[in-house]
Design a binder for this molecule. Structure first.
Ligand code: ATP
Ligand code: MG
Length: 387
């Protein structure tokens, strides 16, 4: 048995070419998320998508589709030929299925096909009367019904459905551009990545690690974070950048209290160069204003000065508790809290500056072969594709 799903997407701001691009991207994203579920068919109709899928795979498909950004809502629909008697029969089945123990209902008809012999008013009353005649314990309430039996009269068939599941909202991944996510093994950056994707950004991830100080476990952790984000449209690639040389150079030659700031500035430089190579238009981080010493307004400004691209911080206004809740919701929390060393905690100074000055950072960097270190790090990036 095949089941039919109706996928609706928000139409806000969707005009002309933009809409076609939006629809096409959403369609591609849906296809790739359902790819391994056999025999599914997809078509575009009346600014919505129709998916036909084997009934047995329906729940799995719904779970996957609930993570696809750009979907406003989804309904399982039942189809019948354009014949009033058959539509009545199907409406009755649907009402009993939706409200097995009786209750209030209303019928709501939409007529896309104006050639159909009954108008929406006639349909509502014909169907309503049929439902009342053939049941016990049901009554009509047009204002606050327990169930709404929706009927759509289409060109070739009628669609009937009684409920809609909310979609993930947002925009289809890929429609707003490409970003490079600075992904640590922490709680915040995966959530930032999720939020970037929600706004339609396709991502690649960049992780700095410090072999041999950070081991296989740390690497596995970021890889698992990427895999956990995958169903949301998540990073296509993971770039692993070796950071040990840079950290050692900073540690040996620069003031300790500027250590974190200088590391972050180096990360921005590497990320900027990598973005040029990968055609990413912006950097995304998990920073949130005032969360730690390196995230004061002064620190963010001094770090940002070293980046050649806009830095977007989707978590900027969020509290830690809100971020943790989101991490739990998207399933990254248990991975992020695995106990492995992070490259930044390794060389962490006891008293980092909270109000760094750009001049001091620039002064400290005079003691470093900045260009050489950045080039060396870039050349040694390992890129993982099939995550
Ligand atoms: P997170 O939980 O994302 O690690 P955090 O609150 O621990 O964030 P920091 O460690 O100060 O904050 O890092 C701030 C941001 O810098 C991170 O959200 C991430 O975007 C980036 N970042 C930090 N460490 C790394 C790393 N090793 N590789 C890539 N990006 C990093
Ligand atoms: Mg961190």
């Amino acid at each position: 048995m095949m089941a039919t799903l109706l996928v609706r997407y928000g139409e806000l701001g969707l005009k002309g070419k933009n809409r076609r691009f939006f629809e096409k991207t959403l369609g591609q994203n849906i296809k790739s998320t359902l790819l391994d579920l056999q025999d599914f068919k997809m078509s575009y109709q009346h600014r919505r998508l129709i998916i036909e899928i084997n009934e047995e795979l329906l729940q799995e498909a719904l779970d996957r589709l609930s993570k696809v950004f750009g979907i406003a809502s989804l309904s399982r629909v039942w189809t019948t030929p354009l014949d009033l008697e058959l539509i009545k029969e199907q409406a009755l089945l649907l009402l009993k299925k939706t409200l097995p123990r009786g209750g209030s209902f209303k019928v709501q008809t939409r007529r896309a096909n104006k050639k159909f012999s009954y108008n929406t008013y006639e349909m509502n009353s014909e169907l309503g009367a049929h439902l009342l005649r053939n049941t016990d314990g049901y009554f009509v309430d047009v204002h606050e019904p327990d169930a709404t039996i929706n009927v759509e009269i289409r060109e070739q068939e009628a669609f009937l459905y009684s409920s809609s599941l909310p979609g993930a909202g947002g925009l289809p991944v890929g429609v707003t551009g490409k970003g490079l996510l600075l992904l640590s093994g922490g709680i915040d950056s995966p959530v930032a990545g999720w939020m970037a994707m929600k706004r339609g950004v396709s991502l690649e991830a960049l992780h700095f690690h410090s072999p041999p100080f950070t081991g296989e476990g740390a690497r596995e952790k970021v890889l698992d974070l990427c895999r956990q984000l995958k169903p949301y449209g998540g990073p296509e690639k993971l770039h692993l950048a070796p950071f040990t040389k840079i950290q050692k150079a900073i540690y040996s030659h620069c003031p300790k209290d500027y250590g974190v700031i200088l590391m972050r500035r180096m990360m921005m430089r590497v990320a900027t160069r990598l973005s040029a190579r990968q055609k990413a238009q912006a950097l995304f981080t998990g920073e949130s204003l005032g969360q730690v010493a390196s995230q004061t307004m002064e620190s963010l400004a001094v770090v940002e000065e070293a980046a050649g691209l806009p830095i977007f911080r989707p978590l900027l206004g969020m509290d830690k508790i809100e971020i943790v809740n989101m991490a739990q919701k998207i399933g990254t929390f248990p991975i992020s809290t695995r106990p492995y060393e992070d490259c930044c905690t390794l060389f962490l100074p006891p008293h980092p500056v909270t109000r760094p000055r750009l001049e001091s950072a620039l002064e400290a960097e005079k003691k470093l072969p900045v260009e050489e270190l950045v080039e060396d790090c870039l050349e040694n990036i390992l890129t993982l594709k099939d995550l």
